[in-house]
Design a protein around this ligand. Structure first.
Ligand code: NDP
Ligand code: GDR
Length: 333
């Protein structure tokens, strides 16, 4: 059988299914014929908007639960009988992790213990994906980061993800679980949360273009990120779990750009000059910044046959166009 083809009868449980990646992954797995279950803590008022945008809301079976509550995970596994479990749940906003360090460490780090223990105590054949992050590289030790680059996280979030990564490796090595850690660099989409810089920019461009906003206040314009498209990156998660042997993979585009570059491209998509609208607000600078990250996904390309399909320009255009349409609809009488 071809390695990246999935036979019918597969069942996936996704934690964090209401987030950006959860929605894209649910859509991908449904399209591959999976039965998809999602753990939902139901904190937000309209938790399902992303699944709705991708027309996946009706086909995902939602199970109540929280990754900090191991009994709810055991129940969700019993109810869904998954062959694959994707742990995407996290307090994922880096800036907030300085204000909520304990919550962040609990949800994005410690709770991975709950998920792995739930698998170990129920069905060790369940294949496990852990959403790790390029934030583990932090103050980078080499100009290009790959699976062998040492870690130096710069935020409570990054520290939590180092724990999550090593625990995943540990359950693979000590319990023989099929557990993989995806070290993903920033990935964005029209479904990105509004607090992240790319979506803050794309939605502001739309509001400025539509006459609903005058200025955009940002923090550090010189920070560089390796930005890809979330729709491409969930494909890599799935490919990791189709391998005979679990492993860890960096997923990145291999190109980076500054926040300023992102502004330039996004404003020009709407026919605007970013320099007329963007203002720097020192209050929005991070307590400890990551100046630049740049990933090499050479291992993923060689072993998973994965490479990104969407350029930065295409990603920005997708986000700006979606916000122009969305905000245009909302503001029309
Ligand atoms: P989002 O912030 O969009 O989604 C996070 C999800 O986790 C939401 O569904 C949220 O639910 C859920 N969640 C939060 N706390 C809990 C909890 N205690 N129990 C159960 N669910 C919970 O993140 P993304 O989709 O962007 O990212 C997915 C994962 O990948 C995260 O782990 C993130 O840290 C990681 N990652 C993301 C990258 C990116 O660039 N997007 C890059 C590298 C890693 P609710 O809506 O109710 O809060
Ligand atoms: P990041 O994403 O911290 O890389 O984490 P974010 O978009 O929040 O910041 C990227 C860079 O932009 C700079 N910046 C601003 N950021 C925000 N949010 N708001 C601003 O106004 C602003 N101005 C400048 C930041 O200083 C930073 O350098 C994302 C999350 O998805 C994590 O969960 C994930 O693990 C990493 O990507 C990889």
């Amino acid at each position: 059988m071809e390695k990246n083809k999935s036979p019918a009868g597969k069942r996936a449980l996704i934690t964090g299914v209401t987030g950006q990646d959860g929605a894209y992954l649910a859509r991908l797995l449904l399209d591959k014929g999976y039965r998809v279950f999602g753990l939902v803590a139901r904190r937000g008022s309209d938790a399902l908007w992303r699944l709705r945008e991708l027309r996946a809301d009706a086909d995902v079976t939602l199970l109540a639960g929280d990754v900090t509550d191991v009994s709810s995970l055991l129940r969700a596994i019993e109810q869904s009988q998954p062959t694959e479990l994707y742990n995407l749940a996290a307090q994922s906003f880096v800036d907030k992790s300085w204000d909520l360090p304990s919550v962040t460490v609990q949800v994005s780090g410690m709770a991975v213990t709950n998920v792995l223990e739930a698998i170990r105590c129920t069905d060790r054949k369940i294949r496990f994906y852990q959403a790790t992050s390029s934030e583990i590289f932090g103050r980078v030790r080499s100009p290009v980061q790959d699976e062998s680059t040492p870690f130096h996280p710069r935020s409570p979030y990054g520290v939590a993800k180092v724990f999550a990564h090593w625990l995943t490796v540990n359950y693979r090595e000590s319990h023989g679980l099929h557990a993989s850690s995806g070290i993903l660099f920033n990935h964005e989409s029209p479904l990105r949360g509004p607090e992240f810089v790319t979506r803050k920019i794309s939605s502001s461009v739309a509001r400025i273009k539509l006459g609903l906003q005058d200025k955009l206040k940002l923090g550090n314009l010189d920070a560089k990120r390796d930005w890809g498209f979330a729709g491409d990156y969930v494909e890599a998660m799935w490919r990791m779990l189709q391998q005979d042997v679990a492993d860890d993979y960096v997923i990145a585009t291999g190109q980076n750009a500054s926040v300023r570059d992102f502004c330039r491209i996004a404003f020009s998509r709407a026919g605007l000059d970013y320099e007329k609208y963007v203002e720097v607000d020192s209050a929005l600078f991070r307590r400890a910044e990551i100046d630049a990250v740049l990933g090499s996904a050479a291992k993923a390309k060689a072993r998973l046959g994965w490479s990104p399909k969407t350029s930065l320009e295409e990603l920005v255009a997708m986000m700006v166009d979606a916000d122009l349409a969305r905000i245009g609809r909302q503001s029309s009488p």
